[in-house]
Design a protein around this ligand. Structure first.
Ligand code: A3P
Ligand code: MG
Ligand code: MG
Ligand code: MG
Length: 400
């Protein structure tokens, strides 16, 4: 475990950086109707159908969690901790982020319990040898809340933090409403100082109805094109999407207005570029290469970590995302739920390798055929053909 000295004092760098762009969701300003439980809310058509308030809560939660992750990643890079085999600072960030998101949802939409399907649980943290780590996480969570200033509460105890993390134990499924959280998606990218995302979605009756991706290291200016305004490059992006309402992007921290985004309209594969995982262990780079070749894509793959790939695609950067895990790997819903709605609301299509839409209603795993492919409506038919041919070829060559 890393020493307490690597934990940054959050208040100092963050004290003047309150989340000023969410004043509308302060508890006091919330109409009483919207503070009732989910079942009651569903009886109010306008509130139930729009999910506007839930989206504002999701943006607030993900942004606050991003604050904590950014502070930890900065320290990781400065102190070179990422080169050690001990990955505990990441664990601290994962737990802290999950606790914060759970805390914000509970504060904003409580007091009734909510259902959260999340990646982390508190099992290891409850062990005696983890007490110092738990105290550090608690301190980080309290610092982040107090620097933000929205919630005037007494500091959370270690038990409060454990309970907030364990809110994420829900199994999901086809009925009711379930928040779906990946507190840090792209852990390996986070360690390298590369891309990662805080990914939060809401499932209602088995369907993803909203999603946000906080991408602290993804600049507002498209990759490879530095913006004229350096502050734009420093903030990171917050993507948000609501069913039927499109996808927006805005600065992760700051007061920019959300801007509507659309996926690429490229129709000629020769002009398309494609994303895939940075980590070869997460996706078969050889298979994507042969698909790209069949399709006529000439640009080399763009390899980045996390659901930042979905965010980048939603704003028209690149035209295709290919993900083919090694045999036996089961995809989890928190790795795709937010990214999926961010892309589909921007006009894209997300499917498995057989062309079926992803089904988020089956619990924490996605039951998918072979892989996940994402592109625009024009390219999808040709992409599906190329995918199926390439898979057939790779299967027959592995039988030889
Ligand atoms: N063998 C494997 N095959 C496919 N995905 C894997 C994997 N091992 C881990 N992952 C998932 O890949 C995610 C990162 O995706 P990407 O490669 O696009 O950055 C990880 O999310 P976490 O970082 O949240 O654990 C993890 O859930
Ligand atoms: Mg993940
Ligand atoms: Mg994760
Ligand atoms: Mg993980």
């Amino acid at each position: 475990m890393a020493s307490a000295s690597v934990v940054p004092p959050l208040c100092r760098p963050l004290s003047n950086l309150k989340l000023q762009f969410f004043p509308s969701i302060s508890r006091r300003a919330t109409p009483p109707l919207l503070r009732t439980n989910f079942r009651t809310r569903r009886s109010s058509l306008s509130a139930a159908m729009s999910f506007e308030r839930e989206l504002a809560v999701a943006k607030k939660a993900a942004s606050l969690a991003a604050r904590l992750c950014q502070a930890i990643q900065k320290t990781l890079l400065q102190s070179d901790v990422q080169s050690k085999s001990d990955k505990s600072p990441v664990t601290v960030a994962d737990y802290g982020s999950q606790a914060l998101v759970s805390f914000v949802i509970g504060k904003e939409l409580g007091p009734e319990p909510f259902s959260l399907v999340a990646e982390e649980d508190s099992g290891d943290l409850r062990k005696e040898e983890s007490l110092e780590t738990l105290k550090r996480i608690t301190e980080l969570v309290n610092d982040t809340i107090s620097c933000d200033g929205t919630y005037n509460i007494s500091p959370l105890s270690t038990e409060d933090v454990l309970a907030a993390i364990d809110n994420g134990k829900s199994a999901g499924g086809p009925h009711g409403q379930h928040w779906v959280l990946d507190p840090i998606d792209g852990t390996k990218g986070f360690l390298r100082g590369d891309q990662y995302a805080i990914a939060l979605a809401l499932l209602s009756e088995g369907q993803v109805v909203l999603g946000v991706l906080a991408c602290p290291n993804l600049p507002m200016a498209p990759m490879g094109k530095p913006s004229q305004t350096s502050s734009l490059d420093q903030s990171g992006c917050l993507f948000s999407a609501r069913l039927g309402a499109g996808t927006d992007v805005q600065l992760l921290h700051g007061s920019s207005s959300p801007m509507k985004v659309n996926v690429s309209s490229v129709e000629d594969p020769a002009e398309a570029s494609f994303f895939e995982s940075f980590e070869a262990a997460h996706s078969l780079h050889g298979l994507s290469g042969s698909i790209a070749k069949k399709l006529g894509v000439t640009a080399p793959p763009v390899r980045i970590d996390s659901q930042a790939k979905y965010g980048a695609l939603s704003r028209g950067e690149g035209a295709i995302y290919l993900r083919f895990p090694h045999k036996g790997y089961r995809e989890k819903i928190w790795d795709h739920a937010a990214g999926c709605i961010v892309v589909t609301e921007a006009g894209g299509i997300v499917s498995d390798a057989a062309g079926r839409p992803l089904d988020f209603s089956k619990g924490k795993y996605l039951d998918i055929d072979t892989g996940i492919i994402v592109t625009n409506k024009s390219l999808m038919p040709a992409l599906l053909n190329a995918v199926q041919e390439a898979i057939k070829e790779s299967e027959s060559s592995s039988c030889l």
